[in-house]
Design a binder for this molecule. Sequence first.
Ligand code: NAD
Ligand code: TYD
Length: 359
Amino acid sequence: MQKTPTVLVTGGCGFIGANFVRLLRQQRPQWRLINLDKLTYAGNLNNLTGIQDGPGYRFVRADICDTAAIEGLFTGEGIDMVVHFAAESHVDRSITGPAAFIETNIVGTFTLLEAARRHWLDGEGKPAAGTRFLHVSTDEVYGSLGEEGFFSETTAYDPRSPYSASKASSDHLVSAYFHTYGLPTLITNCSNNYGPYQFPEKLIPLILRNAMQEKPLPVYGDGRNIRDWLYVGDHCEAVLEVLERGLPGRSYNIGGNNEKMNIEVVTLICDILDRRLGLPEKGMTRRSLITFVRDRLGHDRRYAIDAARIREELGWQPKVAFEDGIEMTVDWYLANQDWVEAVVDGSYQEYYTKMYGDR
Ligand code: NAD
Ligand code: TYD
């Protein structure tokens, strides 16, 4: 009989990690789940209310760069699988302060890979049964597209921000551990996510919070940069498919087949909120809050994913249409304004003022 797996999820208190922890508790309740998170500004225990420590779940506050802490978990908990979300994840912060990205995204991933190598491979380099290391990455490693084309798994890496460069480095380390040592690794490269529990420094939750409060809505450059938006629940389901059925050594692109210009996303949010909350003032819609601001340095123009591999090999496809997902997301943020204000602490206010001025 197969042993019940113990899964180490890193970054399970962040946006996608928390959605994944919830999915796993619901869909694989028999698995033991260890959630390791440093609780940076982006990680919040409020993202996991209702999920309690017990036989099936344990939260550990630690840094993925802390070799002793990681080693202790592999030894003490008998980790079978790793799903590695923990990262510094915001491009703008990587431009103003890249050092943390190098530390967490590169050194942290290396620390986890080394622990898995020590614990999972026998003298001949054969992995223990049931072991898998899934590294969650981004489409931003491929760089920026022109008007045509899509990123596939064979597109050459061409990262252009400190964030994407640090994620690309970690992807290369993960694939090196497969090719060199035979570690059973998997990589997913996903497009932009949106949905509940996203920290309000990323486009959609930032615009939502500001539009609810009738504050200026900062749009970078001409607003015509394109992202391929995917509902976070669809991403989490894809990660679980790859974890269970993906081929070790492979990477899988995950996307929403849903390209939108930033300005389209922002105007749509304005219109939904006008309908839900009424106009800010008679004759004034929330679109009038849109403020074009200085462009991001090195701003990638377009991302778009070709998700044929995951569709053909694993049968995964997104279930949530953007029009529905964005309505659900607006409703979630309207119903959870306390959550938003609780995660937005003094350090966020400082960051926001530095980015957009005092308004
Ligand atoms: P997030 O910033 O919301 O959460 C990151 C989590 O990692 C937080 O809980 C934080 O506390 C934790 N963390 C940070 N540094 C740590 C460290 N040194 N040790 C332990 N924990 C640490 O990020 P997210 O948006 O949920 O993204 C999760 C992963 O998915 C990242 O690897 C990111 O690159 C990738 N990704 C994100 C998107 C997206 O649209 N958000 C798209 C594709 C891929
Ligand atoms: P973001 O959510 O930071 O994700 P990423 O940079 O990883 O794609 O930004 C999404 C897009 O929105 C990107 O083109 C930058 C733009 N943007 C704005 O126009 N205004 C904002 O306030 C933010 C945060 C982003």
